[in-house]
Design a binder for this molecule. Structure first.
Ligand code: URA
Length: 227
């Protein structure tokens, strides 16, 4: 099977994914979701796994997350038909959208790696913690992975730039909250941070009682010196 995947064309790979029985997820699926988009592609977008709608329709990101993803792509002048290819780390829906298990990831990863080798994307956009950690082989948080360019080394020795972003489902969760709840949450966070900072600076001043006077005198002295 591994060799067949490594030698497959894109069409052959799609057939292999559709017929795959490499892990238990095949038992509960309606459709295996291979991916969709431009071939070859400038950008490869990689999500986690199909959800309910994707499992029903056989296409990636067709539910609410997909609508947001389309809007995000449109905002930068791209569309799923012409500019990107969208797929997932896992091709079959985990029951109840639970996190994929390590053995499911191991069984499915060769398909994604072959897709990358065949599609030769200029860049890879990884959506969400699970996909980012799997593709980059790290436990780092999404917050620390965002905002910089990573590299994925393919079996062919090519380095593809990878960028990481929040999963649209995570962003939707925030958008679903009423605005007054968001304000209360942010207000509370800011208030807590201010209290922590004030306690911290008070403790610092108690530990170094002369420091302020010293800084004042030095600053004044320097100002005088420079005149
Ligand atoms: N979430 C994903 O990660 N992938 C999909 O295809 C749909 C929702």
């Amino acid at each position: 099977v591994a060799q067949a995947v490594k030698n497959a064309t894109l069409d052959e790979l799609r057939e292999q994914v559709v017929a795959c029985t490499a892990c238990g997820l095949c038992d509960g699926r309606r459709h295996a979701v291979f991916g969709q988009g431009a071939t070859p592609t400038r950008w490869l977008v990689v999500g986690e796994a199909p959800g309910e709608q994707e499992d029903r329709q056989g296409h990636p990101f067709v539910g609410r997350s997909g609508q947001l993803l389309d809007a995000m792509l449109a905002a930068v002048g791209m569309s799923r038909e012409t500019d990107v290819f969208i797929t997932n780390v896992i091709k079959c829906r985990p029951p109840g959208n639970r996190n994929p298990k390590p053995e499911e990831i191991a069984a499915c990863s060769p398909y994604l790696m072959r897709q990358i080798a065949l599609l030769k994307p200029e860049r890879i956009l990884v959506l969400g913690r699970f996909a980012a950690q799997t593709l980059l082989g790290t436990d780092a948080t999404i917050g620390s992975l965002r905002g910089r360019v990573h590299a994925l080394k393919t079996d062919e020795g090519v380095e593809i730039p990878v960028i990481v972003s929040y999963h649209p489902a995570y962003l939707l969760l925030w958008l679903q909250l009423p605005i007054n709840v968001i304000i209360v949450i942010f207000g509370t966070v800011v208030a807590v941070l201010m209290v922590v900072f004030m306690r911290w600076s008070k403790r610092n001043m108690q530990a170094n009682p002369g420091l302020h006077d010293q800084i004042g005198q030095e600053g004044h002295g320097r100002a005088l010196d420079s005149t």
